[in-house]
Each structure stands twice: as structure tokens, then as C-alpha cells.
Design a protein around this ligand. Structure first.
Ligand SMILES: [Zn+2]
Ligand SMILES: [Zn+2]
Length: 350
């Protein structure tokens, strides 16, 4: 935890598989690895099972909070959806629109997984994009999924390099998905999140068997930082809903740890005595002020409803909005995506 202005910041990883489905490490091993990577929380989501949760394995492992949901898919194994806080695994017969709605009805947290996945070179491994955009009750979407980006960029000539140093090839979320997030955010609150989608698969390359994206490596890549108004409770049930509500409220930003620890990044909106962070709302642009604080000097880009507003190489940025709308921030290091905030909305509440 880091005290970040009036907020408490917690860093963690989302979308983790274990041996309860197709991952290669047990929940206990995953927790141990995440703990040594310095994470505050992890959100585990195996395919169509809540086995570990049912066995009472949710809770604190040393200082690490381990929360367990699951990854739902439709009858064709498409439209993957992460659900946290349902009373059980929802019926496999439901359509995506139905399982999204049912998640909402149960006040669960619902996240659209790898929504814009394209795997052009991997005939054997089909892609699993989200096609059910007519569903409306999801809380967030993965704007960056490590597995998806790796798969999309895999080409015959760079295969070896990509297998041996996968994190070097992580560049940005796609423009497609950022555009989608911006479009959706004009009409509703949607959290942009990072998903590691870790399985720890062994990969056969000639006589070698190596693991691309071992858990240890994944936990040092895409992280989701959540901002809470109060410290995370030591009581599991309370802490769980603090994390879920923080995400639903979009009080979060995404970072790639490969380019540095983004803890302490701040995107804030100020108006009079009011201060809001990612996900926050200010009544009017009049007398409003946006500030960005980066933990390191980097290229900071402020994006408004109509696209890029300003860009500067700095560790601090100030801006006085001239109109109502939605605003978010991207931070680049060495031309690679480092930090992605969620939107602050001005004059536009839902
Ligand atoms: Zn999936
Ligand atoms: Zn998955």
C-alpha cells in the first residue's frame, strides 16, 4: 500500500489461472509467487470453476489478498467474462447477455476479458474476442491482455526472441480497444483494466520445453493499481468489496512494471475544495483543474473526448479544461506504454 494524496493505492494482478483449470501452478504456489513479487492483491479466475473458493482458499496470504472468481464462456467457448462475487458458477447455457445481466443482478464484479483479441498467425490457437457488445451491465474491460498482445505480435521471424524475452515485446494496448473504451465511456462508467491471463504454459521449441510467461514474470508486467478512500480491511468480506467497488468505480489505473514501478502515479481533478481521481466526476469545467503526477520523467499525454489535448516530457502536467467531457492520461517510456489512467468526467455524470 502507498498513501497517494487522499487515497490509498494498492497494486495487483487480474486474470490468473491455476491448476483448478488450465494453469500450471496451484493457488498456494501462485499466492507465494505474487507475494514475493510485492503485490498487494490478486484476482484469480479459472475457467468455469470456483473450486478453490469453495474450498475456503480466499483470504490473506501474508500481506497478499487473494480473491477468487472465475472466467465464464458461452456455449461456443467464446465471449470470456471474468466474474467475481457470484454465488456460484452461472449456468453454462446462458447467453453472454444473460450472464452479464445475471452477474449484475447478483452485484458481482464483471470484466470483459481480452475483448479485441486477434491471433493472425496461430491457426491452432483461435482467438477469443468479445462479440456481445449488446450486453450492457459489465463493469470493466481488459484494455491490455498480455497473452493477446503477445499472440497478435508473434511472427515467424521473431518467434524465438519472443519466447525467450516475452516482456520486451509488450508495447501498448491496441488503438482499437482504447477507442472502444473512449466510446463506451461517453455513455456509461467502464473501467479500463490490465489482465495478465497467466497460465504458465510450457512451450515446445525443438527439443526444448520452456515456459513462456511464467507466473513470476507475469506478476512483473501488467498491473492494475486501485485507489481506495480507506485502508484495505483485514476482514476478508470487507476487503473483497472494497476492491470490487474500487474497480466498479473506475478508481484504477494500469501499468506495465517492466518500464518501472508506477506506484504513486496521480491523475486528479480539482474544483474548489473537491479532489477526484480516476473514475471521478466534477460538475463543470468552469474553475476545474486537471493534474498529472508521474513517478518518473516520461511522455505524458492527456486525452479528451476528441483525442489528444497535450503531450509533454515531464513528471508533472497541469491543465485547465475548456469544455465538459471525459479525460484520461497515457504515459509512455522509451516509446512504450507505461501507464493508462481511467477517465475523469467533467459535467457529465451518469
Ligand atoms: Zn479467456
Ligand atoms: Zn483466461
Amino acid at each position: 500500500m502507498l498513501k497517494s494524496g487522499i487515497y490509498h493505492e494498492y497494486k495487483g494482478c487480474l486474470h490468473i489461472h491455476t491448476t483448478a483449470s488450465d494453469g500450471t501452478k496451484s493457488l498456494e504456489e501462485v499466492a507465494e509467487t505474487a507475494s514475493s513479487a510485492g503485490l498487494d492483491f490478486i484476482l484469480v479466475s479459472d475457467h468455469m470453476t470456483l473450486k478453490d473458493k469453495d474450498e475456503g482458499k480466499e483470504g490473506y496470504y501474508k500481506k497478499l489478498l487473494v480473491l477468487i472468481g472465475y472466467e465464464h464462456n458461452d456455449r461456443d467457448d467464446c465471449n470470456h467474462y471474468l466474474l467475481f462475487g457470484t454465488r456460484g458458477v452461472l449456468p453454462p447455457s446462458l447467453t453472454p447477455k444473460e450472464y452479464v445481466a445475471e452477474g449484475k443482478r447478483q452485484s458481482a464484479l464483471g470484466i470483459v476479458a481480452h475483448p479485441d483479441e486477434i491471433r493472425p498467425r496461430l491457426g491452432k490457437y483461435p482467438s477469443y474476442p468479445w462479440t456481445a457488445w449488446d450486453a450492457e451491465d459489465y463493469d470493466g474491460i481488459e484494455i491490455w491482455n498480455q497473452m493477446s498482445e503477445w499472440m497478435e505480435n508473434l511472427k515467424p521471424y521473431n518467434k524465438l526472441k519472443m519466447v525467450f524475452s516475452p516482456r520486451r515485446f509488450m508495447r501498448f494496448p491496441t488503438d482499437r480497444i482504447l477507442q472502444k473504451l473512449d466510446e463506451l465511456s461517453l455513455h456509461k462508467k467502464v473501467a479500463g483494466l490490465g489482465g495478465v491471463d497467466v497460465h504458465g504454459y510450457p512451450y515446445k521449441i525443438g527439443p526444448l520445453r520452456i515456459t513462456i510467461f511464467p507466473y513470476k514474470v507475469q506478476f512483473k508486467s501488467l498491473r492494475t493499481h486501485i485507489l481506495l478512500r480507506e485502508e484495505l480491511s483485514s476482514d476478508l468480506e470487507t476487503a473483497k468489496w472494497q476492491i470490487y467497488e474500487g474497480i466498479k468505480d473506475c478508481r484504477a489505473f494500469v501499468s506495465n512494471y517492466r518500464w518501472g514501478d508506477a506506484s504513486g502515479f496521480q491523475f486528479r481533478g480539482l474544483r474548489g475544495s473537491e479532489t477526484v481521481a480516476d473514475g471521478g466526476y466534477l460538475a463543470s469545467f468552469d474553475n476545474s483543474h486537471l493534474t498529472v503526477q508521474s513517478p518518473d520523467k516520461a511522455t505524458i499525454r492527456l486525452i479528451g473526448t476528441e483525442g489528444k489535448i497535450i503531450e509533454a516530457k515531464a513528471d508533472h502536467l497541469e491543465y485547465e479544461p475548456r469544455k465538459n467531457g471525459i479525460y484520461r492520461v497515457e504515459v509512455y517510456k522509451r516509446d512504450r506504454g507505461w501507464i493508462y489512467s481511467n477517465h475523469i468526467r467533467i459535467g457529465q455524470s451518469f
